[in-house]
Design a protein around this ligand. Structure first.
Ligand SMILES: CCCCCCCCCCCCCCCCCCCCCC(=O)SCCNC(=O)CCNC(=O)[C@H](O)C(C)(C)COP(=O)(O)OP(=O)(O)OC[C@H]1O[C@@H](n2cnc3c(N)ncnc32)[C@H](O)[C@@H]1OP(=O)(O)O
Ligand SMILES: Cc1cc2nc3c(=O)[nH]c(=O)nc-3n(C[C@H](O)[C@H](O)[C@H](O)COP(=O)(O)OP(=O)(O)OC[C@H]3O[C@@H](n4cnc5c(N)ncnc54)[C@H](O)[C@@H]3O)c2cc1C
Length: 664
């Protein structure tokens, strides 16, 4: 099929070469080649490709997802994939792989929470798939508040075993992925009691099913929790344990230990048992980038080939991408996807570095990385889901079809604001850190790390520093505005908290009564962090780009900063970081920048280099022939393979013959 001329002209008139930017996104031309090979191995494989999933039943999708998982294992062995290849494969399949919790949580939990002997025993079994596991933490009554977990593990000194039980409905496990039908084992988080003394949430390895018959073991009641919005293939489950006994060495004992005679000891940081969640939060940041890049690719290409209506009366119909309002739906998502790219790359290296320190029992970096990973997981998933919905609607009627590729991406991504810590709760964790840093700054001590900009006192009366028109496209000056806004919102929340406390409210009550301001400050911190990483990326990852490409990536960053101010203008105005005249100029500059970026919109999404066989989209194929692909997809619908469906004889015909009033 030839390429649609409407999309070809976009490529021909772009001011830079997409491939240069692709190399930057991958890290190097070699890395691009390597990724392409991996994506081809996945996308071309009939067992992995998700082309037909939209026509499958729930059970068919589950089975296909198991087969996909197995096939990925075979490819990994055949082609010698490393752990990143495997994680990327999961991401490129939008986590549409049954048992992926085994990879992204069960194994990492054993690695992080187990001691040497436990690694030696369990990791080979898990890595070779001799056992399949889930991460069972959430209960019906408690998902967020981990100190409230009710499943009990009571130590029995006489037999040197833990006895695990589910005292009431609210204490059954509820939600763990792959628990329903696909796990033989669980890393199970339960509250440990020794002689009735509560020793907090601890991790245990519990076998759930017989490895030969797959039947639940005695005392284990397990099943699926029912259909969900999406992620049909991760069979989220429930689990009731009736006095199930496990040996003492099946408590994962890296950070807390129980001796034979029932002595409880702790080592490491207080929240070390939460470390698996931190890793997955980093993975979620990666997924948010990828989902948004997919959405932006599909909708930008579709908007460049769909013509409807006219701008100039009587002139030929225009591409919908030429409407300014359509640009406002599409361009921010392109700019955000690029900003998220820089941010998730930073996050990956930051995590790896801090994890190495933790491995050497240096926990000093834990509070800051907990703040950053919690905040970015929340912020990036909030923004990605909101923008994906805007993008989906930007396809008009065809935005409602499953074959468009964006609807599925959107509903899979919709899980991310909830899983791994509900977003509001995570913002409140960030706020806790903000308040601590504010306290440090108030004592005159230097705040370190991502909030070191707090050290600089904001002068009153304050000027924004935006003097010349060039200042409005100076990303460092714009970043300063964001930092000042964050500090002021943090101070405002801190003042409110103190005022309530001084007026007699206990601290916890004052906290709850300030939580709206606290969350607002936390979001500002996250937005500032993402912009900071985008700017850092310009001078690190983007610095070797040819001039024309660097200019466009720089324009995107400027637009990201300006557009963010227009979206959050209330915060910037209220904190006095800009005045109304400056806001008007910012709005104007953002619109002008958007028009410049529009010229390169298709080339910018081409640079994401997401192949058609992973995109799975009728609307967003590289060749731009959206109408042909829509027609082909409709024709391939199994319901269209028969000219007359059985429902005709059964119901429609009797109705036509006037027999519908008699009993069917
Ligand atoms: C190299 C990597 C590269 C990767 C690249 C990969 C690329 C590809 C990726 C592949 C695709 C994969 C995508 C994934 C798909 C989705 C998977 C779906 C699976 C979903 C699984 C789940 O859904 S699984 C369940 C998750 N369930 C939660 O997520 C519970 C939330 N709930 C809490 O997390 C706690 O409940 C909460 C709120 C903290 C309060 O905990 P709490 O009450 O005990 O604590 P308090 O609030 O009292 O805080 C007391 C002090 O602890 C501090 N602190 C708290 N946490 C801390 C911590 N983690 N580390 C350090 N410090 C911490 C805090 O900062 C305070 O410090 P201070 O006192 O100094 O202020
Ligand atoms: C698709 C999917 C997959 C999952 N996979 C797993 C898994 O593999 N393993 C696992 O263990 N769990 C899993 N979960 C569970 C998930 O981690 C929890 O649902 C999540 O952590 C939110 O907890 P919750 O359901 O208790 O929400 P709640 O805490 O009940 O949230 C409800 C509302 O209460 C608010 N709220 C709660 N506490 C506070 C607070 N302190 N301050 C302010 N507001 C508050 C929230 O902001 C939210 O608006 C999964 C969930 C989903 C949807």
């Amino acid at each position: 099929m030839s390429v649609n001329p409407d999309i070809q002209v976009e490529r021909d008139t772009a001011t830079f070469r997409s491939i240069d930017v692709t190399h930057m996104l991958d890290g190097s031309p070699e890395a691009t080649n390597q990724r392409r090979i991996r994506q081809k191995q996945i996308g071309d494989d009939p067992q992995i490709n998700r082309r037909n999933i939209i026509f499958m039943s729930h059970e068919e999708r589950y089975e296909a997802a198991i087969a996909r998982g197995l096939r990925i294992e075979q490819l990994k062995a055949e082609h010698d994939w490393d752990i990143m290849d495997e994680n990327n494969a999961i991401m490129w399949c939008f986590s549409d792989i049954a048992m992926f919790v085994h990879k992204v949580m069960f194994i990492p939990a054993i690695e992080r929470l187990g001691n040497k002997e436990q690694h030696d025993k369990w990791l080979p079994l898990a890595i070779d798939h001799k056992i399949l596991g889930t991460y069972a933490q959430t209960e019906l009554g408690h998902g967020t508040f981990l100190r409230g977990l009710e499943m009990e593990a009571r130590y029995d000194k006489s037999t040197e075993e833990f006895v695990i039980s589910t005292p009431k409905h609210s204490s059954m496990k509820w939600w763990p992925g792959s628990l329903g039908h696909s796990s033989s084992h669980a890393v199970l988080l339960a509250t440990l009691y020794i002689d009735d003394q509560n020793c907090g949430m601890q991790p245990f390895i519990v076998q759930l099913r017989d490895l030969n018959t797959w039947k639940p073991l005695p005392g284990v009641e397990v099943g699926g929790i029912g259909p969900k919005m999406a992620l049909a293939t991760t069979d989220n489950g429930f689990l009731v344990l009736n006095n199930v006994r496990i040996p003492r060495d099946q408590m994962l004992m890296k950070y807390a230990q129980v001796s034979k005679d029932g002595k409880f000891t702790k080592s490491g940081a207080a929240k070390a048992n939460y470390s698996t969640m931190m890793l997955v939060r980093v993975g979620i940041a990666h997924s948010c980038y990828f989902s948004l890049a997919v959405g932006a690719t599909i909708v930008t290409r579709y908007s460049a080939v769909r013509r409807q209506g006219e701008i100039k009366p009587g002139a030929p119909e225009v591409k919908i991408l030429d409407y300014q309002t359509q640009q406002l739906k599409v361009i921010p998502s392109i700019a955000t996807a690029y900003a998220f790219h820089f941010c998730k790359e930073h996050l990956k290296w930051y995590y790896i570095e801090t994890f190495q320190q933790i491995q050497q029992n240096d926990f000093s970096g834990l509070p800051e990385i907990h703040c950053v990973t919690s905040g970015l997981k929340a912020y990036m998933s909030d923004i990605a889901t909101a923008q994906l919905e805007t993008l989906r609607r930007a396809c008009g009627g065809n935005g409602y079809l499953l074959s468009n590729g964006i609807t599925n991406t959107y509903i899979q991504t919709l899980a991310l604001p909830t899983v791994e810590g509900e977003n509001t709760v995570l913002y409140l964790q960030v706020a806790r850190y903000l308040m601590k840093c504010l306290k440090v700054a108030a004592t005159g001590e230097a705040v370190k790390g991502s909030l070191s900009y707090m050290n600089e006192k904001i002068k009153t009366p304050y000027t924004s520093g935006l003097v010349t028109r060039e200042d409005y496209s100076n990303v460092k000056k714009l970043l300063k505005l964001y930092q000042n806004m964050t500090v002021r919102l943090t101070q405002k929340a801190g003042d409110h908290l103190n005022k309530l406390h001084v007026s007699g409210q206990p601290k916890y009550e004052a906290w709850n009564n300030t939580s709206v301001q606290l969350v607002n400050a936390a979001k500002a911190y996250c937005q500032t962090y993402v912009l900071g990483m985008n700017i850092e990326g310009l001078s690190t990852q983007a610095v070797d780009l040819p001039g024309d490409a660097l200019e466009v990536i720089h324009q995107l960053c400027v637009f990201y900063a300006l557009h963010g101010i227009t979206e959050q203008s209330g915060n910037f105005l209220e904190t006095g970081c800009i005045n109304i005249t400056e806001l008007h100029i910012i709005q104007q500059e953002a619109q002008e920048m958007m028009a410049k970026i529009r010229k390169n919109a298709v080339a910018l999404v081409d640079a994401f280099d997401i192949p058609d066989n992973l995109l799975n989209s009728t609307l967003g194929c590289y060749d731009g022939n959206a109408y042909q692909h829509l027609y082909d997809s409709a024709k391939s619908d199994p319901m269209n393979q028969k000219q007359v469906l059985p429902a005709f004889e059964k119901y429609i015909k009797p109705m036509l013959q006037g027999k519908h009033t008699s009993k069917l």
